[in-house]
Design a protein around this ligand. Structure first.
Ligand code: ADP
Ligand code: MG
Length: 306
């Protein structure tokens, strides 16, 4: 076959292709709504024609948006986004565009940037004052403490944190997280740290971001050390990590919160015993710091975990 023959074949191929493009385009345009939609884009017809199937996809998402009542139920390919065509220099490109409802939600959630979570599920950032169970008298003093804490802190005072002890699953972590959320809405930054796991990961990251994380937590305006006493206590975790964090926070008036299944007396015993022996003096020193940093409250309640 000579070169001219090939060229003719290629040309024929494009002609057939053009015909079928036109065909499927006019076919799709028999849907009046679709036609109105694509002509509202102000793109020339001969260009639109090349993109019928993608335009149909974006039209489907556009219609979903018109009917939308609830972002949660968004059926679009990427939740909260719609597939949008745009013409530029002779080609149409399609991209996912954030919808107004999603924009609003992101704006509403922007305060969560003020909460930093270490080794805890992210959804702890959804804990909320509104949802605190009030079916339980044990919570009343805690809620009262929260109100006073907020008032004072926002006036510029630096009130003590809480040492919240109590039974497993009673909602200790949830309560403190809900306070931090309320503070986050008022632009106060905080860190929630699941202490036993944090120690493990700190140890594992010794050479990389160790000092960054350690520093961040030490200096966070509000701090929760969650589940203290549940870790395997070592000289290192007690004397190199916990001790300096508490010391720094005392010296700088930074409110510090703890949750624990242990009372302070029990924690003192747990901190005294490490694999290297018994050191009551060092344990005592930690407890003294915690006492200076906090008020102690107890939450005994039924287990809320399912
Ligand atoms: P604790 O820290 O005392 O072991 P958590 O704070 O983890 O207990 O609470 C146990 C479970 O109950 C968690 O799944 C938490 O999300 C849920 N929970 C606790 N208090 C509330 C609340 N007021 N509203 C909604 N869920 C709660
Ligand atoms: Mg907890």
């Amino acid at each position: 076959m000579n070169g001219g023959g090939i060229l003719k074949k290629v040309n024929d191929f494009y002609k057939v292709d053009e015909v079928s493009l036109k065909h499927s385009f006019y076919d799709a345009c028999s849907d009046k709504e679709f036609k109105d939609y694509i002509y509202s884009l102000n793109i020339k017809e001969d260009m639109l024609m090349k993109y019928t199937s993608s335009l149909e996809d974006s039209f489907r998402e556009y219609k979903n948006c018109l009917k939308c009542k609830n972002l949660e139920k968004c059926p679009n390919n990427v939740k909260g986004y719609f597939y949008q065509p745009k013409e530029d220099k002779g080609i149409i490109t399609f991209s996912y565009q954030r919808c107004l409802k999603k924009e609003k939600l992101d704006e509403d959630n922007a305060y969560k940037e003020n909460l930093e979570v270490f080794e805890m599920p992210q959804n702890i950032k959804d804990a909320n004052f509104k949802d605190i169970y009030t079916d339980d008298k044990m919570r009343v003093p805690i809620i009262k403490y929260f109100k006073e804490f907020m008032d004072k802190y926002l006036k510029g005072e630096r009130p003590k944190g809480l040492y919240l002890t109590g039974s497993f699953g009673s909602g200790k972590t949830y309560l403190i997280a809900s306070l931090f959320n309320e503070m986050a809405k008022r632009k106060v930054k905080s860190a929630l740290v699941y202490f036993p796991e944090f120690l493990r990961s700190l140890k594992a990251s010794f050479n990389s971001n160790y000092s960054l994380q350690f520093d961040y937590i030490k200096k966070s305006p509000l701090l929760l050390l969650d589940d203290i006493g549940a870790e395997n206590c070592s000289n290192w975790s007690r004397d190199e990590i916990l001790g300096p964090i508490l010391q720094y926070r005392m010296e700088n008036n930074l409110p510090t919160f703890f949750t624990s299944n242990l009372t302070l007396e029990e924690l003192e015993k747990a901190l005294a015993i490490t694999s290297s022996g018994v050191d009551k003096v060092k344990a005592r020193r930690i407890i003294e710091r915690i006492k200076q940093l906090t008020e102690a409250l107890e939450l005994v309640s039924r287990n809320r975990r399912n």
